[in-house]
Design a protein around this ligand. Sequence first.
Ligand code: OAD
Length: 247
Amino acid sequence: MSTSASNGIPDELREALRKARFVAALTGAGVSAESGLATFRDAQSGLWARFDPRELATPSAFARNPKLVWDWYAWRRERVASAQPNAAHHALVEVERRAPQFLLATQNVDGLHQRAGSRTVVELHGNIGRVKCSREGTVVDRWHAPAGEVPRCSSCGALLRPDVVWFEEMLPGHALAAAEDAARNCDLLLVVGTSAEVYPAAALPSLAANHGAVVVEVNPNRTPLSAFADYVLRGAAGVVLPQLVAD
Ligand code: OAD
C-alpha cells in the first residue's frame, strides 16, 4: 500500500478509483448518520437504544400489535422525511458520475441516496417511504386510516404495512441478484457505514474480494470487514468520501 497520500487518501486508492471501469458501493445506516438518522447498533444514538427493532421490525410483531409497528414506522417516516442527504450521499453521486459503470446497493430504507441524485440504487431492505398491502404486496401511494387504526388495502381489506424487509423475511430477489452481480463484476467496491453483520448483504464485500475487486471500507469503527479490506478509511463518511472525490 502506498505511503504517499493526499488529504488522508492513499494515492494508490485514488488511482484505482480513477481507473476503475465498474465501481460498486454498499452502504449502511452509517452513511445517513450525519443526516441525523440513528443507526441500528451505535450504542448511544442507535435506534436500539430506545427501541428494540427485533421486537418491532418482524412479521410476528406486526401480527401481534400492528398499530404499534405501524406507529413506529410512521414516526421513522417523519424523521426520514425531514432529514437531508449529507456530504457522503453527494460524494457517492459524484463517484457515479465519474465511473463508466456504477451500482449502489443500500441496506438503508431512508431514500436519501435517491434524494441526493444517485441513479442506480438497489434497495436491499426496501424503502420506509413506501407502503404496501400485507397480503397482496401491492404498493399504495395513499391510504386513509380511521383514528387509532392501521389503514387497510382498498382492494382486499388486508392491513397495510411499510415496504421494508423485516427480520426473518427474504430480501427482494431482484435487488439481491443485482447487488451480487455487481459484487462479482465490479473493479472496486466502496463499503460505507455498515457494521457488516447482517446477511446476505454482509456477504457482498467478500464476494467482491473473491472476484478480484479492490475493497474499501469507510467507517469510524472496526468491523469484521476491516481485517480483509484492501483500504480502511477510518472516519465519518461525510468527511472521508468528499476527500476521496476531491480533485
Ligand atoms: P448498523 O447500525 O449495524 O451499523 C452502522 C455502522 O455505521 C457502524 O459500523 C458504525 O460504526 C458506522 N457509522 C456510524 N457513524 C458513521 C459515519 N458518520 N460514517 C460512516 N460510518 C458510520 O447499521 P447497518 O450496518 O446498516 O436490517 O445495519 C444493517 C442492517 O441491520 C440494517 O439494514 C437493518 C439492521 O437489522 C433490517 O432492517 C433488515
